[in-house]
Ligand binder design. Structure first.
Ligand SMILES: Cc1cc2nc3c(=O)[nH]c(=O)nc-3n(C[C@H](O)[C@H](O)[C@H](O)COP(=O)(O)OP(=O)(O)OC[C@H]3O[C@@H](n4cnc5c(N)ncnc54)[C@H](O)[C@@H]3O)c2cc1C
Length: 229
């Protein structure tokens, strides 16, 4: 039986839910507050915006994430289908061109006759059948209502990686290489000889850390990265 469902939030989860429900024959209203309002992490007015990394992590079905990708593909996930179309080389990771990825999802939503997109901020939990997919940075009024239902403990902390444009990279310092020797050998840009400055910045970190040094066999140069545990 066809139902009317309100999906709140046009991120990855909301778009996946809207498209799948519509494919199943339900009428969907997708409420996304953009372009009127953005979360602090958003930089575009598109649906399904990847706010940080463009990697959906490993696509190797021999580990848990890659296996989940494969299961989603076989289940007909529209998000995975768009990711596969927007894929860029990234070793064994499923990384996407974020603009193309969002564009594909937005086009699929716009083209679906059973999805109506409404640009509005939802401030109260809907009375009708609804999916709340407003993500970690749910707008404050709705977050307060969810918090009142969920009680204490509704928190989200994360850091965001800056998006660096290709033209701004000094290619006399950076070089193309593989990550962990996966892919065709030139999927990532790395910077050579940054060990001393990496150590200096580690000393300023307040959290325990470890320094990881790897050697690119392809170029015979070394690179280092610092990770907080
Ligand atoms: C700073 C930061 C860095 C992150 N880095 C990564 C990363 O590198 N890799 C990773 O996998 N995940 C990362 N995440 C988590 C990331 O947000 C999720 O992986 C993914 O975006 C979750 O998808 P979602 O659809 O649940 O939420 P979102 O993508 O956040 O989508 C929710 C949508 O709901 C809309 N919305 C919010 N409130 C309302 C409202 N009241 N009414 C209407 N619309 C509303 C928002 O505008 C947004 O479009 C990061 C999150 C943050 C905040």
């Amino acid at each position: 039986m066809s139902q009317r469902v309100c999906v709140v939030g046009g991120g990855l989860a909301g778009c996946e839910a809207a498209l799948v429900l519509a494919q199943w024959g339900h009428e969907v209203e997708l409420c996304e507050m953009k372009p009127h309002k953005r979360t602090p992490a958003q930089a575009s007015d598109r649906l399904a915006e990847l706010v940080c990394s463009n990697s959906l992590r490993s696509d190797n079905p021999e580990n848990a994430i890659g296996l989940l990708h494969e299961e989603l593909r076989r289940a007909g996930s529209p998000i995975l289908a768009a990711a596969d179309l927007a894929r860029v080389p990234a070793g064994d990771a499923l990384a996407v061109d974020r603009e193309r990825f969002s564009g594909l999802i937005e086009a699929a939503i716009a083209a679906h006759p059973r999805i109506t997109r409404t640009a509005r901020e939802v401030t109260r939990l809907p009375e009708s059948l609804a999916i709340i997919a407003t993500g970690p940075l749910t707008a404050p009024d709705l977050a307060a209502e969810i918090s009142a239902l969920a009680g204490e403990g509704l928190y989200f902390y994360d850091a965001i990686a800056p998006i660096v444009t290709a033209e701004s990279i000094d290619m006399s310092i950076a070089f193309a290489a593989s990550r962990w020797d996966k892919g065709d050998g030139a999927d990532y840009l790395s910077c050579r000889s940054i060990v001393p400055s990496t150590r200096r910045s580690c000393r300023r970190c307040s959290t325990p850390r470890r320094s990881r040094r790897t050697t690119s066999r392809r170029r015979g140069t070394s690179r280092a990265a610092c990770r907080s545990r």
